[in-house]
Write a protein of this length. Structure first.
Length: 116
């Protein structure tokens, strides 16, 4: 993993097939998701309103549905899955080392725009 990576949490802290909210003193909260033994790190705050995706959201596979207005995102790349969300969710490159989750909070994962 790269020097830019920040330790986020332990993998064992994340509920299986669900998300963990991680708060920081100096930035907006992150959501760490564990699906099919893969870890994904995204912003926790919905891009539509100020709702927390881990508190009140519903994860179905790789799709997180916001609990406030039922907009949805794909946690793998942040793409919008359902209105009223229009702005993609920010996704951070995540890696696991010795049971801890690290994320690169500087370099964002770009949505692949070549399909569709
Ligand atoms: Fe998430 Fe509106 S705040 S869909």
């Amino acid at each position: 993993f790269e020097h830019a990576s920040t330790r986020i949490c332990a993998v064992s802290d994340i509920p299986e097939d669900d998300g963990l909210k991680v708060e920081f003193p100096d930035r907006s909260p992150l959501a760490v998701w564990l699906v099919e033994d893969k870890v994904f790190v995204t912003d926790d705050t919905c891009t539509h309103g100020q709702a927390s995706l881990t508190d009140g959201g519903m994860l179905d596979g790789f799709i997180i549905e916001c609990g406030l207005h039922l907009g949805a995102f794909d946690i793998r790349d942040g793409r919008v899955e359902s209105a009223p969300c229009t702005k993609p969710l920010t996704v951070y490159a995540a890696s696991v080392l010795d049971g801890d989750v690290y994320a690169d909070l500087v370099t964002l994962v770009e949505i692949e725009r070549h399909h569709g």
